[in-house]
Design a protein around this ligand. Structure first.
Ligand code: DQA
Length: 137
């Protein structure tokens, strides 16, 4: 089983950025733990702060990977392009958010990804990534 985690803008700052919301672990540390926890999964990771690069990555992996775990971060709420990319590829996408976006500002309640996602997981902190991986197993 080949899965990829794709993280959007500012998630490279995990561990430093607003730790009261996003926790104090770096994504590299979290990723290593997940590789240990799911040894049967061929797991890879991509992060970009650039919308077009995220779209390119979705196109690249979206026809020969078993599943995509996507936290498009702020682009979730703004990007018709990423939403269209999710719609255009074959690989199922599970949308993840670390925080409970529905308990936050109104603008975070909108997702251009959710209508074409297999499912959405939010509000469980970093654990959300694990739950998303489990959903593919
Ligand atoms: C986020 C929620 C988004 O609203 C925000 O812009 C992020 C992170 C989350 O994981 O909780 O950068 O996707």
């Amino acid at each position: 089983m080949k899965l990829i985690i794709i993280n959007g803008p500012n998630l490279n700052l995990l561990g430093k950025r607003e730790p009261e919301i996003y926790g104090s672990d770096t994504f590299e540390a979290i990723f290593k733990k997940m590789q240990t926890k799911f040894p049967s999964v061929e797991l890879s990771y991509y992060q970009s702060n650039i919308e077009g690069e995220l779209i390119d990555k979705l196109h690249e992996v979206g026809f020969d990977t078993d599943g995509i775990v996507l936290n498009a971060a702020a682009y979730t709420h703004t990007s018709v392009g990423i939403g269209d990319a999710v719609k255009g590829i074959e690989t199922p996408v599970v949308e993840v958010h670390i925080s409970n976006v529905h308990a936050r500002e109104e603008f975070r309640h909108t997702s251009f990804i959710a209508p074409n996602a297999k499912g959405v997981i939010f509000g469980f902190g970093i654990k959300g990534y694990e739950l998303a991986i489990q959903s593919f197993l």
